[in-house]
Ligand binder design. Structure first.
Ligand SMILES: Nc1nc2c(c(=O)[nH]1)N[C@H]1C(S)=C(S)[C@@H](COP(=O)(O)O)O[C@H]1N2
Ligand SMILES: [Mo]
Length: 508
């Protein structure tokens, strides 16, 4: 029977390693591609009604556990069979594993809302399993006696040890993957159950004249699904709102602690603010505008009573990321908030659920802490933060900038009137003018859409009388204080890029 059990064990270890790798990747990178769960879901969909009823009748709410355990038994039996087949008729074992992977792919891409991306964990699982099986089989063959090595070139003990270690590693990956994904799913479920209170103060409605109807132009409010995402979190923190706390500590007269339920009972206010990343290149897309629902941080700081010689607030996220924000930016009238809502829904998990900071006028790295759990009132000469430790500037006011959205660079357009349009921003100061320049011609005034407020970007348009040939279009903005956007080119490090956005178009 050795001839069955050893190859079968190699098959099982390979498949466990493969599935473990797939689950790990789906937990951390491709959230909806879990091979185990998508195949389970496919089985639920395919099972005839009488089977479902019988299972629920027998196991009640344990029906899903029953499904997963049954699936596990089938997969392990298949894996053992694959190992044995690979031993007697290679490469049939590997082919069987490939077929298993194909089932995973079909299950992953046919889930509602999934696409090809979600197939990656299953493909990876099959590839890892096939490679590992090949390796273990070679090892097994090497345990056989030859003329030169009557005891075999590899000891049986080494084969058994390697196989056991592979299986254990795969099982560990599977467990870690499931735990991580479980936290994420629990947070998603809690988020879905949240009913945000009506704002005590609504945002001034976005004026109709704040938007031009131009295809390709950034919408004035960025939908949550299109909002840029920047953070250091490999794994999005899955925070249970019931256990979330904000602690205000440090140089304060009175420490403050706040639960999520307490935060939701406070008079929440809406405000529309454009968020920008300091890493946004000239013409880049690391910028978005949303209507946030939140509570002014200055009111909470007023409860805590910061000491007179404090000048900074170090905010920390659940996963240990930190930002250092000038105390003044959180206490002045600029309306820095602890946000719980984004464009009418609870914060999406990747945008800081359940609570984040939004501070008009400052780049995200010094202000927009997602998954925030503590505010320590301190001093710049006592603490540094995640990005200031890595060479970025202590102060991070957003720089005046502008971007051309249409036409897209490199595009061919027809001679005649061509609409050029884009956005310009200088949060907390406001934009007062935008100009466009064609090649080496004079700067021409663009038409501005209405502003929502000084804290948001502003759309602009320019009707260009395009003549045939290759042309370069440039844009520059002027802020409400009269400062004209500089053409001096500076890199994003240490405090944000400068320079003018330009595009090339060919007019036919
Ligand atoms: N916890 C945490 N918060 C964070 C970051 C981070 O890495 N971790 N990145 C910051 C940076 S650099 C930016 S630009 C904004 C981006 O917010 P968004 O992903 O919601 O657009 O979040 C900020 N908040
Ligand atoms: Mo950023």
């Amino acid at each position: 029977m050795t001839e069955f059990w050893r190859p079968a064990a190699a098959g099982v270890a390979s498949v466990v390693a493969g599935v473990g790798a797939g689950e790990l990747v789906s937990a951390f990178v491709i959230q909806n591609g879990s091979p185990v769960l998508t195949v389970g879901a496919l089985l639920i969909d395919l099972a005839p009604a009488w089977v479902k009823e019988a299972v629920i009748g027998l196991f009640g709410t344990g029906d899903k556990a029953f499904l997963i355990v049954s699936l596990g038994i089938v997969v392990l039996a298949g894996a053992a069979l694959a190992g044995w087949l690979e031993r007697i008729r290679p490469p049939r074992g590997r082919i069987l594993i490939g077929l298993g992977g194909a089932v995973g792919v079909v299950a992953a891409v046919t889930r509602a809302g999934n696409g090809l991306l979600e197939a990656i964990p299953s493909v990876l699982a099959a590839v890892v399993a096939i490679l590992v099986l090949g390796t273990l089989m070679r090892l097994l063959r090497d345990t056989e006696p030859t003329r030169i090595a009557p005891e075999g070139r590899v000891s049986r003990r080494r084969f058994v040890g390697t196989t056991a270690a592979t299986a254990a590693g795969g099982a560990l990956a599977l467990i870690v993957g499931q735990a991580v994904a479980g936290g994420f799913r629990a947070a998603s479920a809690a988020r879905a159950a949240i009913r945000l209170p009506a704002p005590a103060r609504t945002a001034p409605p976005v004026p109709a004249a704040a938007s031009f109807d131009i295809p390709g132009l950034s919408p004035i409010i960025t939908p949550n699904a299109d909002f840029y995402r920047i953070d250091t979190a490999l794994q999005i923190p899955g925070i249970d709102p019931a256990s979330w706390r904000l602690r205000i500590t440090g140089m304060v007269e009175q420490e403050v602690e706040l639960t999520f339920a307490e935060l939701l009972k406070l008079p929440l206010e809406e405000s529309t603010t454009t968020l920008t990343c300091v890493s946004n290149e000239v013409g880049g897309d690391l910028i978005g505008n949303a209507t946030w629902l939140g509570y002014p941080i200055r009111h909470l700081l007023a409860r805590a009573k910061p000491s007179a010689d404090a000048d900074m607030v170090l905010s920390t996220s659940q996963d240990g990321w930190t930002a250092s924000t000038p105390l003044e930016a959180l206490t002045d009238e600029r309306n820095a908030i602890l946000a719980v809502g984004m464009n009418g829904s609870p914060l999406p998990l990747e945008h800081g659920y359940p609570v984040r900071m939004v501070v008009p006028g400052l780049y995200g790295y010094v202000s927009a802490t997602k998954w925030v759990v503590s505010l320590e009132v301190t001093r710049f000469d006592e603490h540094t933060s995640y990005w200031t430790d890595r060479g970025w500037s202590e102060m991070g006011p957003v720089k005046l900038s502008s971007r051309i959205d249409v036409p897209a660079s490199g595009r061919q357009v027809k001679a005649g009137t061509v609409t050029v349009a884009g956005v310009a921003w200088s949060q907390h100061v406001g934009v007062s003018a935008v100009q466009v320049r064609v090649d080496d011609g004079p700067w021409q005034q663009a038409t501005l859409a209405d502003a929502i407020s000084a804290d948001t970007w502003r759309q602009w348009r320019y009707d260009w009388d395009a003549t045939p040939g290759a042309h370069t279009l440039r844009v520059r903005a002027t802020d409400a204080k009269g400062l004209v956007q500089t053409s001096t080119v500076r890199d994003v490090v240490p405090d944000g890029a400068t320079g003018l956005h330009s595009i090339q178009v060919t007019v036919a």
